[in-house]
Ligand binder design. Structure first.
Ligand code: NAI
Length: 301
């Protein structure tokens, strides 16, 4: 039995975030905005510090637009410490892992955390699709492993899926749920199923859009504009997957496809695989279905 979890994390509780990519940096910002001291760790040396620089630049823009005061910006940034050594997370009571979408890599990080963190520390995963049951299997206290699935961009998107695997302790899930609420989010409890709720529902949106492109029904800019302007969607599938990152979106599709024993509905797209193989990962690589940065946004297909 793991030690009892409390339902509320006090504001001085250290929150650790692992992975300083798009999601990890955003989650660190959310926790710091709520008032927690945060440690942001990435295994790529300097990546955490770099993510905080990027965050500062984004917060500066908000200050310039009058949406944030300079004091609020400074307070958020002062609460986040970048670290390059996982041992530095020893005092955390909530760790949120937001690294690459790969079961084995995530399992190995959780195994390391078992030795680094105290036994009452909740180990949450921001996985988009992977089984929380599998992530927890073999751990000393599998009950403390919970899905805490934020959406991109984390500081803006309200929904958080709080995902329980077979072994997840209900107190740990409730603590994560209440924490998300306290952070101004709209959490929803769900059991661990492949892709959980949103990524399951969203798969056909991406898959059918990619099939339309593959069958040359139209080009991606036209299809995006149609979904946005006529369909009322916030974004079309191509601009949205460019934002998510094709490596991430493709990995999620592969994981859901495999978990459902190769169900055709979830079949990954070769067009997206080509983008991944080419390193055209979307906005973060300045190139995906569209070009970003200096050049105007020109579709590739
Ligand atoms: P990303 O590629 O932007 O960042 C991942 C970061 O993790 C990188 O900085 C990398 O250096 C670091 N990393 C990789 N292996 C590591 C390890 N063993 N230890 C420490 N750091 C490590 O990825 P992104 O988009 O932030 O996604 C991260 C997780 O969040 C994935 O599980 C993904 O499925 C999930 N997610 C992604 C969303 C999106 O729209 N991109 C939305 C919601 C969840």
């Amino acid at each position: 039995m793991m030690p009892e979890q409390t339902h509320t994390l006090s504001i001085d509780t250290l929150v650790a975030v692992i992975g300083a990519g798009a999601m990890g940096a955003g989650i660190a910002q959310v926790a710091a905005q709520a008032g927690h001291p945060v440690k942001l760790y990435d295994n790529r040396e300097g990546a955490a510090a770099q993510a905080i620089d990027t965050m500062a630049a984004q917060l500066n823009k908000l200050v310039a637009r009058g949406k944030l005061t300079a004091e609020q910006r400074d307070a958020v940034l002062s609460r986040i410490t970048p670290v390059d050594d996982i041992e530095a997370l020893v005092d955390a009571k909530l760790v949120i892992e937001a690294i690459i979408e790969n079961l084995d890599v995530k399992r190995s990080v959780l195994a390391t955390l078992e030795d680094v963190c105290s036994d009452d520390c909740i180990l949450a995963s921001n996985t988009s699709s992977l089984s929380i049951t599998s992530l927890a299997a073999g751990r000393r206290y599998p009950g403390r492993i919970v899905g805490m699935h934020f959406f991109n961009p984390a500081p803006i998107m309200k929904l958080v899926e709080v995902v329980s695997g077979l072994a997840t302790d209900s107190n740990a899930a409730s603590t994560v749920y209440d924490t998300a609420l306290n952070w101004g989010k709209k959490p929803v409890h769900t059991r661990s199923t492949p892709g959980f709720i949103v990524n399951r529902v969203a798969r056909p949106f991406y898959a059918e859009s990619l099939r339309l492109l593959q069958e040359q029904a139209s080009d991606c800019a036209t299809l995006d504009a149609l979904m946005r302007d006529a369909g009322g969607f916030r974004m079309g599938a191509f601009e949205l997957t460019d934002l998510i990152g094709h490596d991430v979106n493709y990995a999620v599709t592969c994981s859901v496809f495999t978990a459902y024993y190769g169900d055709f509905r979830f079949q990954p797209s070769l067009i997206q695989k080509e983008l991944v193989d080419a390193g055209y990962l979307g906005r973060k690589a300045s190139r995906g279905f569209y070009h970003y940065g200096e050049a105007t946004e020109q579709p590739l297909a």
